[in-house]
Design a protein around this ligand. Sequence first.
Ligand SMILES: Nc1ncnc2c1ncn2[C@@H]1O[C@H](COP(=O)(O)OP(=O)(O)O)[C@@H](O)[C@H]1O
Ligand SMILES: [Mg+2]
Length: 170
Amino acid sequence: MKRCLNEMKLSFPARGENEAFARACVSAFIAQLDPYVSELAELKTAVSEAVTNAIVHGYRGRRDGIITMQVRLCSDRRVYIRIRDKGCGIADITQAMQPLFTTAPEEERAGLGFSVMESFTDSLRVKSSRGRGTSLVMEKTLRERSGDESVKDGVSNKSGRKSGTGSPLR
Ligand SMILES: Nc1ncnc2c1ncn2[C@@H]1O[C@H](COP(=O)(O)OP(=O)(O)O)[C@@H](O)[C@H]1O
Ligand SMILES: [Mg+2]
């Protein structure tokens, strides 16, 4: 891992309203790397899934549980996000990470949270112990900026060159 450019750590209670708060904080912090809109949207969605899991599964609706979120920005444009709870923990991580697996079908959970986190990041690592909580780390390397301000999502720029998907965040 390359040099750490900046880092933040945040703790907040496991309340539904803090899911949007966590998304907004991550977005504001990562903005300094000048990500593409699509990359930012993916990371915000991954964070939402992780925080929602901590709220609904980890603490099972107990509003006094604390969630901690740590974000590190590295010189190679890698974003490291760790989200932890001290809730009930996961009995079988391999099973929990299977697409469509959920322990809360009665709440109409789709069982796709981990799949979304995996597909929107480069790596996802989950550690958990029963009765002690869950810690997950997601990493994603942001694409280099082209420096061409005319680049838009999947749209050719003035030179006619396709410059990847995602428009710069401005
Ligand atoms: N932080 C957590 N604490 C305890 N259990 C968790 C946590 N995160 C996920 N799980 C378990 O993993 C399962 C799968 O999670 P996920 O893929 O997000 O699907 P869903 O949230 O729709 O059930 C959950 O149903 C739950 O049993
Ligand atoms: Mg989920």
